[in-house]
Design a protein around this ligand. Sequence first.
Ligand SMILES: Cc1ncc(COP(=O)(O)O)c(C=O)c1O
Length: 385
Amino acid sequence: MLRIYLDYNASTPIDPAVAAVMKPFLAEDFGNPSSGHWAAAPAKAALEKARGQIAALLGCEDDEIVFTSGGSEANNLALKGIYFARRGSGDHIITTRVEHPAITEPCRFLESMGARITYLPVDRSGRVDPDDLNRVITSRTILISIMHANNEVGTIQPIAECARIAREHGVLFHTDAAQSVGKIATDVNQLGVDLLSIAGHKLYAPKGVGALFVRRGVTLEPLLHGAGHESGRRAGTESALLAAGLGKACELARDMAPMDRVQVLRDHFWRELQERFGNRIALNGHPAHRLPNTLNVSFINCIGAEILKGLDGVAASTGSACHAGRIELSPVLEAMGITREVGMGAIRFSLGRGTTREEIDVVVEQLNGLPTTAFMTLSASNPSK
Ligand SMILES: Cc1ncc(COP(=O)(O)O)c(C=O)c1O
């Protein structure tokens, strides 16, 4: 069976070099990194090496890295941790309308706890306007959280500019970098952020591990209380197995050359599609400020899921989801002001280190050869199904 994986924004395979460094922790190196005897030494050393590898990728200090179970936990720790630590001095959080649910859902929870949340709008390309941010900051604002790059369309936000505005107002700034780490530069000092979230499985490390960068001097309330792991910021015996994997993945991610190759393939893909489909397709996301691996393309007046169904062995995502029997436009495309006619036909192709030119050419030919029934128009579909 043909298998072409073009869903790297959903998850990446574990890099063989990452798997190799994890192996001893599935066997002989089982000790608890907090113990004081010989059995702890390899685990403790691996944990601290990994912390250093992550810090090197982000350009921060080792003690500014807190291990988490993934991007969702890192985001929850940033939002709830800051809210509960600072609610005495304010109750207002600013975010955007295009965040991942790992931001919007904790925000909804915090709203139920008394927080006030402002959701910044985005333009047609999915970008926020820093002037809008400047306008909505108040003396009650305690945190601004704006994603670095969007998971659906790949649009990169003007983080450095927004973080500078936050700093001028004395407000902490968090960015969800789950999609950007390993694809574009994510130096925390160049970005000027106070908190930054990483998700291991988006950068060739395993699922179930991530990290939160917390700038020195920023205190947050832990989500998990217990023994004093992670300098009191996240209780629970650390997994040297997962940490070692994330550390190695971050070391590998410092080499951006594979992403240059991926961008060339992504642009080739888009050109080929344009040649065949002309004005029957549209690009979603910013043409330039966009992740190098992401191609979100709309087949206008069609249904993305129907087109994907017609492709043989191609793993990719659509921009719409079926909720309660009705196909709905994704909130991200909706926030970008994309019409149903364009948005319902969106397919997200996300490329990665393993993608080849041959694979792209096969997908282009498959799309080109689809029967017209695969391009079922929206008006011909039954919206109640
Ligand atoms: C932008 C963004 N943030 C957060 C997450 C959640 O990360 P995790 O799956 O590691 O919890 C994802 C995963 O899809 C994501 O794309």
